[in-house]
Design a protein around this ligand. Structure first.
Ligand SMILES: CCC1=C(C)/C(=C/C2=NC(=C\c3[nH]c(/C=C4\NC(=O)[C@H](C)[C@H]4CC)c(C)c3CCC(=O)O)/C(CCC(=O)O)=C2C)NC1=O
Length: 164
């Protein structure tokens, strides 16, 4: 799995050089933020089902046409797949918080997602709405420290941008 350390070392290796001072500074910066990220990961993990459920409810409320017959939230199977997809993204955000990089989202969430949603004829706007709801719902210090919230929100932004 990619992490901040492996990413920097692999890039330097590929270029046939040792990591530079600025490479090492970026590793150091990331390690300094590690405790904030781990706090966010822990708080998110404790509430992940609830966060995903609220995000799902918010996106279906906004795009209520999805409940109409033939649409993507019209059957019990579709409803549970939609909620599951949102949970997938939240779990990947959680994983990214732990490893300190966007690798898990890039490799399992973002690579190929447009093709999958296009093939299944699924609109991406509801995903954006769900993740944006989660993005705006988190609150410091109620849910986590402000530093942890910065780390959490930046990964949600990253996922949102990939779908926008
Ligand atoms: C780990 C990363 C990962 C992601 C992100 C993922 C997404 C994903 N969602 C799928 C299906 C689906 N996803 C939805 C989701 C929705 N319904 C709605 O109304 C909304 C537009 C939306 C929720 C926001 C639906 C309805 C299906 C089934 C579509 C079908 O069978 O036609 C499928 C096809 C396979 C399946 O049916 O399970 C994939 C691959 N799978 C993964 O492994």
């Amino acid at each position: 799995m990619k992490s901040v350390v492996t990413t920097v070392v692999t890039a330097a290796d590929a270029a046939g050089r040792f990591p530079t001072t600025s490479d090492l500074e970026s590793v150091q910066g990331s390690l300094q933020r590690a405790s904030a990220r781990l706090e966010a990961a822990e708080k998110l993990a404790a509430n992940l089902d609830q966060v995903a459920q609220e995000a799902y409810d918010a996106c279906i409320k906004k795009y209520s046409y999805l409940n109409n017959q033939g649409e993507a939230n019209s059957t019990d199977t579709f409803k549970s797949k939609c909620l599951r997809d949102i949970k997938h993204y939240m779990r990947l955000v959680n994983y990214c918080l732990v490893v300190g990089g966007t690798g898990p989202l890039d490799e399992w969430g973002i690579a190929g997602q447009r093709e999958v949603y296009r093939a299944l004829n699924l609109p991406t706007a509801p995903y954006v709405e769900a993740l944006t709801f989660a993005r705006n719902r988190g609150c410091a210090p109620r849910d986590m420290s402000s530093q942890a919230l910065v780390e959490y929100n930046s990964l949600l932004d990253y996922a949102i941008n990939s779908l926008s």
